[in-house]
Design a protein around this ligand. Structure first.
Ligand code: S3P
Length: 184
C-alpha cells in the first residue's frame, strides 16, 4: 500500500462466528504479504488449550480479558501493517471497540443467520453455541451485536453474497482509499 507512515495501517476483520473472517484474512495475507494475526489462535496458544476448554475451565471473562490484552498489544507502532482476524465477540467491550478503531481499517463481514447456522452447525469449537437451540442463541447474540459491529466498522460487506476473492478485492480497494484520505 502506501510508504510507511506513523498511523497504523492494519486491516481488521470483525463479524459474527462463521462469517468467514479467517478465510478472508488468509486471502488478504496472500495478496498483501502482511502478517496475519488470528486472535483466537493466539489466545489458544497463550492459554495452552482450545477456546472451549478455556471457557469451561477459566470462564468466558478470562477469555475476554485475554482478548482485550491482545488488542492492546496489537496497537504497536512498531508493527503497523497486519491483517487482524478477530473473534466474533470482540466488539462486546467498549474498550475493545475503541482499540479496534485505533488499529486501522475495520471491516465488518456480515452474513444472515441462516448462513451462520449452516456454517457453524458441525463445528464444536465455539462454546457459545453449545446449547439446546443454537439458532435462538445466534439470533439473540446477533441482535445484541449488530449495533456494536456497526459502531466499530468503517466498512460493512455482505460476506454471504460474495466469493472470498471478491471480498478481498473490495476490502483492499476500500482500505487503500481510506488510508490515502485519512486526515493526518
Ligand atoms: C466468539 C467467537 C469465536 C471465539 C469464541 C467467542 C463469540 O470466534 O472468539 O468462541 O463470542 O462470538 P469466531 O468468530 O472466529 O468463531
Amino acid at each position: 500500500m502506501n510508504p510507511p507512515s506513523s498511523a497504523p495501517e492494519n486491516i481488521v476483520l470483525i463479524g459474527f462466528m462463521g462469517c468467514g473472517k479467517s478465510t478472508v484474512g488468509r486471502e488478504l495475507q496472500h495478496r498483501l504479504s502482511y502478517p496475519l494475526v488470528d486472535m483466537d489462535q493466539v489466545i489458544e496458544q497463550r492459554a495452552g488449550k482450545p477456546i472451549t476448554a478455556l471457557f469451561a475451565e477459566e470462564g468466558e471473562q478470562a477469555f475476554r480479558d485475554m482478548e482485550t490484552d491482545l488488542l492492546i498489544e496489537l496497537n504497536d507502532p512498531a508493527a503497523p501493517r497486519r491483517i487482524i482476524s478477530t473473534g466474533g465477540g470482540v466488539v462486546g467491550r467498549a474498550k475493545n471497540r475503541a482499540l479496534l478503531k485505533q488499529l486501522g481499517y475495520v471491516v465488518w463481514l456480515h452474513a444472515p443467520i441462516a448462513v451462520i447456522l449452516e456454517r457453524t452447525r458441525h463445528n464444536r469449537s465455539r462454546p457459545l453455541l453449545h446449547t439446546e437451540d443454537p439458532a435462538a442463541r445466534i439470533q439473540s447474540l446477533m441482535a445484541a451485536r449488530q449495533p456494536l459491529y456497526q459502531e466499530s466498522a468503517h466498512l460493512k460487506l455482505d460476506a454471504a453474497g460474495l466469493r472470498c476473492e471478491e471480498l478481498a478485492t473490495g476490502i483492499l480497494e476500500c482500505a487503500r482509499y481510506f488510508f490515502n484520505n485519512r486526515p493526518c
